[in-house]
Design a protein around this ligand. Structure first.
Ligand SMILES: [Zn+2]
Length: 221
C-alpha cells in the first residue's frame, strides 16, 4: 500500500465525520461526502454524449470541475475508494437521463494503467468505475485483455495529436480474437482531449472489435 493511499484510508477511518471536499462536519456517515456536496453533484445538468476520432459516442456525466473534480482527486490520488458510492449514484442518475445503448454492448473495458502506476496506486480507478457500470447496466467487465505496456511520458500540456503520438503502441490486446465483432464500452475517469480513449479504441478496432463507445465520469470542457 502506498503511503498516500495508506494515509487516505487512515483519514477515512479516523475522521469519517468530516466532508473531504468542503471540510464541514457530517452527522451521518453513509455517504463519503456531506449532503451539500452530494446534492450539488447530483443536481448538475448531465452532459450530452460527444463523438471523438473513431468513437461515435462518449458519455460523460459532468464537466471536470467543482465537487466532482475534488471527488475524483480524493479517489485517485488519496486512495479514497469510498468515493465509488457517490460515483455510483452519479452514474445511475446520469444513465437514467442519457441511457447508453445497453443492448448492443458486449463488454465494458476499463482503460488500463501500466504496472508501475498500478503498484504505486494499488488500484486502477477505471476498473472500479467499470465495476459501478457493470452493476448499473448488467454487462461484464473485461480487465485482462486490453493492456498498457509501458509508462508513457506525462500528457499534461500536450496537444491532442501530440498525446496520441505519445501513446502510440502503448496499448495492446492480449487476445485479439476475443474482441472480434464485439461492441465495447471503454471506461475511464476523466476525458481530457480524448487521446487515451482514441488510442485504446484504435487498438480494439485493430484487434477486430466492431464498434467502440466510451464512458467517463467527467469531461474537461
Ligand atoms: Zn461537503
Amino acid at each position: 500500500m502506498g503511503i498516500i493511499e495508506l494515509l487516505g484510508s487512515c483519514v477515512d477511518m479516523l475522521i469519517p465525520d468530516e466532508c473531504p471536499i468542503c471540510g464541514v462536519r457530517m452527522t451521518a456517515h453513509s455517504s463519503p461526502v456531506c449532503p451539500a456536496c452530494r446534492g450539488s453533484l447530483l443536481s448538475e445538468s448531465a452532459l450530452a454524449p460527444v463523438s471523438s476520432g473513431h468513437i461515435p459516442a462518449i458519455w460523460s456525466c459532468l464537466p471536470y470541475s467543482g465537487v466532482l473534480r475534488e471527488c475524483i482527486k480524493q479517489f485517485k490520488y488519496h486512495g479514497r475508494k469510498r468515493m465509488t458510492r457517490v460515483f455510483f449514484d452519479l452514474a445511475g442518475e446520469y444513465l437514467a437521463e442519457k441511457p447508453v445503448p445497453v443492448d448492443i454492448i458486449d463488454s465494458l473495458i476499463p482503460v488500463p494503467i501500466c504496472s508501475a502506476r498500478l503498484r504505486e496506486r494499488r488500484f486502477n480507478q477505471s476498473e472500479l468505475i467499470a465495476g459501478i457500470l457493470c452493476r448499473l447496466v448488467s454487462k461484464p467487465v473485461c480487465v485482462h485483455n486490453l493492456t498498457k505496456s509501458e509508462n508513457t511520458p506525462p500528457q499534461n500540456g500536450l496537444s491532442r495529436n501530440r498525446r496520441i503520438d505519445n501513446l502510440k503502441g502503448s496499448f495492446f490486446t492480449r487476445d485479439p480474437a476475443a474482441m472480434r465483432d464485439k461492441t465495447i464500452l471503454l471506461v475511464d475517469d476523466v476525458m481530457t482531449t480524448g487521446a487515451t480513449l482514441e488510442t485504446c479504441a484504435e487498438e480494439l478496432l485493430r484487434a477486430g472489435a466492431k464498434k467502440v463507445l466510451g464512458f467517463t465520469l467527467a469531461r474537461t470542457l
